[in-house]
Write a protein that binds this ligand. Sequence first.
Ligand code: RTP
Ligand code: MG
Length: 132
Amino acid sequence: MERTFVMVKPDGVKRALIGEIVARFEKKGFQLIDAKLMSISTELAQDHYGEHKERPFFGELVDFITSGPVFAMIWEGQDAVKNARAIIGKTNPADAAPGTIRGDFALDVASNIVHGSDSPDSAVREIGLFFK
Ligand code: RTP
Ligand code: MG
């Protein structure tokens, strides 16, 4: 069994989508291992999104993810990383299929509701960052 790190971003928390998102993961068959509502420091945000530090949107991304509480989760299941990304949908909501979280609830790439680890190695790293 694999684990992945998923996080409802500040826009998803503000729009009261935590329950909807948790329900989708539960119905898909994932098991919830741990979860918490928390604020992200600038240092944690820069570390979490470190792979993007040279990108033009990095400052905006860090400001956004620290703009309010997030709901951090660990989910376990078969091919958890890949299956979680499938129900989250493509990064840009304009490309995300209806039926995916981003396809159903988001319009803008900068505020796309939810994060999911992009590889098993990222999942281990991110779980370690958020659940010390
Ligand atoms: P995430 O890490 O948040 O789960 O998203 P992702 O894997 O689908 O996409 P990634 O490439 O890791 O990008 C991280 C976040 O940066 C924002 N972004 N903005 N303005 C832009 O062109 C742009 N590209 C990416 C998005 O909010 C994306 O979720
Ligand atoms: Mg990513």
